[in-house]
Design a protein around this ligand. Structure first.
Ligand code: GDP
Length: 195
């Protein structure tokens, strides 16, 4: 899946811009700065691949990446921008809802949570959206290298507690560090075995 280069396919701003629903796909969601671009780059082994989604003006796009013979990797817009105009937030929430509810080939959403901070209110919102759209989601803890081992268990407990309230949550967590490479192979394996 990740042997040959993953390529950026397109950025989508409206439902009619989605590529054909002709293969499986997985999506990545997380508050801005959670480490989403870094994770996608680590997964695909391509530094800078997912940077496009972070450049100003492109943050509202749903970005599609192709893998070799495998699912699309879909980078959803980062959420939790404190200062984003209400109209902009509403527009992407509409697109996001339409995408999540209407994409038959979407097999799993990975919700990225900073390993230091655990689940926040904005993460609960996206999880509730996923519940409503009946999209199975799995939490990926990011930046695990930034938390001491003795603090990790406390965060894991908080996250598991939060997940218990969400019917669409997949119980198993993936702990990652894009910086150190922890959990990246595990995540690749999870994506590779989806059917
Ligand atoms: P995004 O906004 O969610 O796409 O976040 P980025 O991938 O751009 O990362 C935000 C910041 O966190 C950057 O300064 C990254 O270098 C840093 N970062 C991302 N992943 C890791 C990680 O695994 N470990 C550490 N220590 N820093 C990370």
């Amino acid at each position: 899946l990740f042997a040959a280069p993953t390529e950026f396919l397109k950025g989508v701003v409206a439902m009619d811009g989605l590529p054909p629903d002709d293969r499986l796909e997985v999506c990545f969601a997380g508050r801005s700065n959670v480490g989403k671009s870094s994770l996608i780059n680590a997964l695909t082994g391509r530094k800078g691949l997912a940077r496009a989604s972070n450049t100003p003006g492109r943050t509202q796009e749903i970005n599609f990446f192709t893998t070799t013979g495998g699912p699309y990797l879909v980078d959803l817009p980062g959420y939790g921008f404190a200062n984003a105009p209400v109209k902009v937030v509403e527009k992407w929430q509409r697109l996001l809802k339409a995408y999540l509810a209407g994409r038959a080939s979407l097999r799993r959403a990975f919700v990225l949570i900073d390993a230091r901070h655990g689940v926040k209110a904005v993460d609960e919102e996206i999880m509730a959206l996923l519940d409503r759209a009946a999209v199975t989601f799995q939490v990926v803890l990011t930046k695990a290298d930034k938390i001491k081992l003795e603090d990790r268990e406390r965060v894991l407990t908080q996250v598991r507690g939060a997940l218990a309230k969400h019917p669409a949550a997949f119980p198993e967590l993936v702990v990652t560090s894009s910086e150190k490479g922890d959990g990246i192979e595990t995540l690749r394996a999870i994506i590779s075995t989806l059917e």
